[in-house]
Write a protein that binds this ligand. Structure first.
Ligand code: AMP
Length: 283
């Protein structure tokens, strides 16, 4: 695997790949890699000539200083994992390199997708995400970008950005990888205390029960039921639970035929904020 810390070196290498007509699959990450990340890399490698991964903990998408400072960093192990799935290129820049010394967000209009859920609770988050992903796309010039449905709102926002800015890249959304007990894999899981780690599968269990209830109850009733469940939980604090239209991310009250819905959740397990989501069927 070739490792680049400098964008000018990476760009030179990419231009060679392009002149050899190689297709590029790209997976942007913040590192502390797990099987969820690796599933994206394997897909990128499978469907393209070359798989490129970036590891960069992007400061402009964090509204919580402690979350940024304590974000797990395991670069040596990440490199081993990437080599184990035959990743071709890793770009692991400093903030100054990728931002050209100006570590600031641009401001984006994602047609309202940015005002829901994560956008409501994490100030400036999606401006930070849009800024870094656009910059990385310009450096890597991928044919296809792979993103996890674990961050479903982010996936929709990236698709919107590509559409609005006419970026020459296809975006693929990939399934959520879970631990055996159902907890969605996340780099932040390693920061959970033993107690909170043991409690955390409650999140996905509750999502599945809520999905079942959605068959007979309306969205408002299901939201109230989930809120009640979390109020009673001694270790997990609900930040939001929303049932929304998949395309617009607007919360709904009643399901309509032929629309796709998804439930979204954010929960504090001690200091650690966890998110998850699940597809809801409508009858
Ligand atoms: P992150 O390093 O958390 O920024 O994630 C990098 C990419 O991996 C994003 O597209 C995430 O949605 C995706 N990802 C993170 N966790 C998972 C998971 N459990 N399953 C599938 N994809 C994931």
């Amino acid at each position: 695997m070739k490792i680049f810390q400098s964008k000018s070196e990476l760009k030179k290498y990419i231009s060679h790949l392009k002149s050899d007509k190689k297709t590029i699959g790209f997976v942007p990450t913040m590192g502390a890699l797990h099987q969820g990340h690796l599933s994206l890399v394997k897909k990128a490698k499978d469907k393209n000539d070359v798989a490129v991964v970036s590891i960069f903990v992007n400061p402009t998408q964090f509204d919580n200083k402690e979350d940024l400072e304590k974000y797990p960093k395991t670069l040596e192990n990440d490199i081993k994992l990437l080599e184990s799935v035959n990743c071709d290129v890793l770009y692991a820049p400093t903030a100054d390199d990728v931002y050209d010394g100006n570590v600031k967000s641009e401001s984006f209009d994602f047609d309202g997708l940015e005002h829901q859920m994560e956008g409501k609770f994490r100030d400036g988050h999606f401006d930070g995400v849009g800024t870094i992903v656009k910059a990385l796309f310009e450096i890597v010039t991928p044919d296809v970008g792979y993103f996890g449905k674990k961050d479903f709102q982010q996936l929709q926002i990236i698709k919107k950005m590509v559409e609005k800015h006419n970026l020459p890249v296809k975006i693929k959304g990939m399934p959520i990888f879970r631990e055996e007990d159902g907890l969605a894999m996340s780099s932040r899981n390693t920061r959970l205390t033993k107690e909170h780690r043991e409690a955390a599968p409650f999140i996905y269990k509750t999502l599945k029960k809520a999905r079942k209830k959605f068959g007979t109850k309306n969205a408002k009733e299901v939201v109230a039921w989930v809120e009640k469940k979390f109020k009673k939980h001694p270790l997990l604090e609900l930040e939001y639970f929303t049932i929304a239209n998949e395309a617009t991310l607007q919360p709904i009250e009643n399901a309509e035929p032929n629309k796709k819905y998804r439930a979204f959740i954010a929960v504090y397990a001690g200091d650690i904020r966890l998110i998850d989501n699940i597809r809801f069927k409508n009858n």
